[in-house]
Design a protein around this ligand. Structure first.
Ligand SMILES: Cc1cc2nc3c(=O)[nH]c(=O)nc-3n(C[C@H](O)[C@H](O)[C@H](O)COP(=O)(O)OP(=O)(O)OC[C@H]3O[C@@H](n4cnc5c(N)ncnc54)[C@H](O)[C@@H]3O)c2cc1C
Length: 513
């Protein structure tokens, strides 16, 4: 029997015995029937780029990988309009694909993009409860179509009324229990399509950034930004990144500009990027968020936000026009080191600014490839690179003092393992925060892989000791999570019996093994 490995950036993987790429619902159903008959479990992926969480690796050996990337149709393409802002998409539809489609067919609409690559799936990300720049993607998908573990086709919400119903693809809740949630981090079935909420593009869009120099103000900074979220003054996700994290997403852009546009050699470019880094991430923590609306709305919100944040430092308001103007000026004067540093900083910020405004990009992934010496690789090849990446993503209450204390302790634990933590605190909802913590390591070294995993385990143990939990988990940490509250997870397993009695869909993923 041929065995396929599922090597990925986490350095942890399970082998699969076959890879299928179905092109239709009928083919998915046939695969499920065979899986039941042969008692061979299936691991479904949409595009399989769940980088840092396990990518396309199942939890157990001997699975068949069902790769749905070939099912990539926007099923209601001809019906999408500003008055009908819902896309009915298959699992293979990527954020780059949907963005390009809307740009050419309905530029008045955008959607909640993530900071992951252009070729990542919208459904795959939402099913693992990913988070975009406008909020959790779980709030954007509804009315799912699912092939359950029994091979039946189930449609949730009002999609059950049939495609001809005027309600089929617009009401997010339906009538009766909301089943959608069962299939997010649920693995009770294979999702073959879903409705996805699109967002109206507003005439004025600005990104906001503020860097705080003094680490001591972090609790107050978090609380103030969280209050702005609760008051709906900053409805988008506010990302608060530590300096290590900010620089890790900007270095590639800065060095590329300095090498390619200023003709500097690698060492000189690195030194100049270092100088530029004090412009883009002057302090230990830098927040990035965005606001959109009409001119009067944005002006009024900006005035209020500026007033509330004034005590922390200078709020940078970033628009395309300002970036263009500043770049034209500093680029023209790039023979002066200070101007060159500014031009490098602007050139690195530009794609991230566009991201905050809804344009997906590969740049954050390219930063990783560049950091591991493989800038020529395409973003989709991250799992085939030297990059090692583990995400540890604890949910946190919306309490700046507690969040800062927990993060301080996590940093100390990581230091024992000689690891720097790359941290972003996301203000995602009105009541809770999430911290996205990256551990980076070189996968060419077994010692580095082991040390990174030992560090991730120690961080998780501390998170658990504090009565906290992750909001999204890596494939390799499932057993540690389910072992903590076995009775709760037994109940989830009982629930799975209804849709997947043979436990053939992704056994062990967000469930007991
Ligand atoms: C630099 C960088 C930046 C990132 N930024 C973000 C970010 O801003 N936000 C974020 O959320 N993530 C981010 N990620 C993590 C990750 O890359 C994305 O979440 C990505 O979208 C997940 O991969 P995917 O879309 O290919 O989903 P997949 O890997 O296809 O799916 C994820 C999981 O969902 C389940 N699943 C998928 N499809 C189906 C289906 N059809 N039926 C049933 N179950 C299914 C499977 O368990 C699968 O393993 C980032 C990663 C990197 C490296």
């Amino acid at each position: 029997m041929h065995i396929y490995d599922t090597q990925n950036v986490t350095g942890w993987f399970r082998s699969v015995i076959a890879i299928h790429k179905p092109a239709s619902i009928e083919e998915v159903r046939a695969l499920v029937h065979v899986a039941r008959q042969t008692k061979t479990p299936i691991y479904p992926i949409s595009t399989g780029f769940n980088w840092g969480y396990g990518s396309h690796s199942p939890i157990t050996d001997q699975c068949t990988l069902v790769d749905l990337s070939g099912m990539n149709r926007i099923l209601n393409a001809d019906k999408i309009s500003v008055n009908n802002p819902v896309a009915v998409i298959e699992p293979g539809v990527t954020q780059g694909q949907l963005y390009d489609f809307l740009q050419s067919h309905c530029p008045g609409l955008g959607f909640n993009v993530t900071g992951s690559g252009r070729d990542t799936s919208i459904i795959g990300n939402a099913l693992d409860r990913g988070v975009g720049y406008q909020g959790p993607r779980s709030q954007d998908i509804f009315a799912l179509e699912i092939v359950t573990g029994t091979g039946e086709l189930l449609q949730t919400s009002f999609r059950r009324l049939g495609a001809a119903s005027p309600l089929a693809c617009n009401h997010p809740h339906g009538l009766g229990p909301m089943l959608d949630g069962l299939f997010l981090q649920g693995n009770f079935g294979i999702v073959t399509s879903a409705c996805f909420r699109l967002l109206p593009r507003r005439p004025v869009n600005v990104a906001l950034s503020l860097s705080v120099r003094n680490e001591q103000v972090l609790p107050d900074f978090i609380n103030t930004l969280a209050q702005l979220k609760r008051e709906n003054l900053l409805p988008a996700v506010t990302h608060i990144a530590n300096r290590a994290r900010s620089l890790s997403t900007l270095n590639f852009g800065m060095v590329s500009y300095l090498e390619n546009d200023c003709g500097l050699g690698h060492d000189a470019a690195m030194a100049a990027a270092d100088q530029a880094s004090s412009i883009v991430a002057a302090g230990e923590w830098t927040c990035l968020t965005s606001i959109s609306g009409n001119k009067a709305q944005v002006k009024a919100v900006l005035q209020e936000v500026r007033g509330r944040l004034k005590k922390f430092g200078y709020l940078k308001v970033i628009t395309d026009q300002r970036l263009d103007l500043a770049f034209a000026l500093t680029h023209a004067l790039r023979f002066f080191p200070l101007m060159r540093a500014h031009a490098a900083a602007i050139s690195a910020i530009r794609p991230l600014h566009r991201l905050a405004l809804g344009e997906p990009t590969d740049i954050p992934v390219k930063n990783l490839l560049w950091a591991f010496g493989e800038p020529e690789k395409p973003a989709v090849a991250l799992d085939q690179s030297h990059c090692g990446l583990l995400f540890i993503s604890p949910a946190l209450p919306s309490d700046g003092i507690l969040a800062s204390r927990i993060l301080d302790e996590l940093k100390k634990i990581a230091a024992h393992f000689q690891h720097t933590l790359y941290i972003t605190i996301n203000i995602e909802t009105e009541t809770a925060l999430a911290a996205i913590i990256n551990l980076l390591f070189d996968r060419r070294s077994d010692e580095e892989i082991c040390r990174a995993h030992a560090c991730a385990d120690a961080l998780l143990e501390y998170i658990h000791e504090q009565g906290l939990e992750l909001y999204r988990a890596r494939a390799d940490s499932m057993e540690k999570i389910t072992a903590r509250h076995p009775d709760y997870w037994k109940k989830i397993r009982e629930l799975k019996q209804v849709f997947d009695p043979d436990n053939i869909i992704a056994p062990g993923r967000y469930n007991l093994l």
